[in-house]
Write a protein that binds this ligand. Structure first.
Ligand code: GTP
Ligand code: MG
Length: 236
């Protein structure tokens, strides 16, 4: 039997270790800088860095999440006008001469007012990116906590399925705008998403689900730690 006093000190130690990991991850993310913007896959830099893609419906909060994680106001453009991010924007992390990962802010899907031809073109770019970008090591799927996983999000997961199987590409489902719900409603939404994701993931997938708010900072430390772990795992 563990003595309560020891128990408490062990827990404090674990908390301090987690805090230190989150601090290191946030310092790493704070060094994010813009690299390039691409409207086609051929314009992307070579496949020689671990890449982490931020994907989700238009207006889900992808750019806001990147800004919050990097602790920079306008690194990724965030807007009230849906469908604003029209290109793949890449940001580098780690040493200047030898970055250890890239973040990719992808255009949002599901915005009705985008012209049909443009929408179809983007669907093709996205599908090819997710299926073929060899350096892709992790996908952060952002979903408004009030909407949960929609059909379009599940279609994206289906596109990724072959690479999620066996954990080749990792997935983090980030439920954004958690500040818009009460704690109990947010907790309930988290449970629904965990169940739903479990039902659509392939065998052996490496996936997680987190509540997040770019506004009040909920989940920021956990997302930061996860991204740093992914980059470290991809380097070995
Ligand atoms: N309350 C709240 N609002 C948020 C949060 N994250 C984003 N928003 C707002 O939601 C809107 C869309 O955010 P963006 O970060 O531009 O969303 P996006 O997913 O990058 O959108 P596209 O580039 O159009 O695909 C903006 O008005 C943000 O201020 C959040 O955590 N809480
Ligand atoms: Mg955006």
């Amino acid at each position: 039997m563990t003595l309560p006093a020891l128990d408490r000190s062990a827990r404090r130690h674990a908390d301090a270790t987690a805090d230190a990991a989150a601090q290191a991850a946030l310092a790493w993310l704070h060094g994010a800088r813009f690299v390039t913007t691409a409207s086609q896959l051929v314009q992307l830099p070579p496949n020689d860095r671990a890449e982490i893609a931020f994907v989700g419906r238009s207006n889900a909060g992808k750019s806001s999440a990147i800004n919050r994680l990097a602790q920079q106001r306008r690194l990724a453009f965030a807007s009230r006008t849906p469908g604003r991010t029209q290109h793949i924007n890449l940001f580098a992390l780690g040493p200047k001469q030898d970055p250890d990962a890239l973040l990719a802010d992808l255009p949002g899907y599901g915005y009705a007012a985008v012209e049909r031809a443009a929408k179809l073109r983007w669907q093709a770019v996205m599908a090819n990116y997710l299926a073929e970008r060899r350096s892709l090591s992790g996908v952060v799927l952002l979903v408004d906590v009030r909407l949960g996983l929609t059909e379009l999000d599940e279609r994206l997961i289906a596109l990724l399925r072959p690479r999620l199987a066996g954990g080749v590409v990792r997935l983090l489902l980030v439920l954004t705008k958690a500040d818009k719900l009460s704690r109990s409603k947010a907790a309930a939404a988290l449970q629904v998403s965990i169940q739903r994701l479990g039902a659509v993931l392939p065998e052996g997938a490496d996936a997680g689900v987190l509540l997040f708010s770019a506004l009040d900072g909920t989940g920021v430390a956990d997302v930061a730690t996860t991204l740093r772990d992914w980059a470290a795992a991809a380097r070995v």
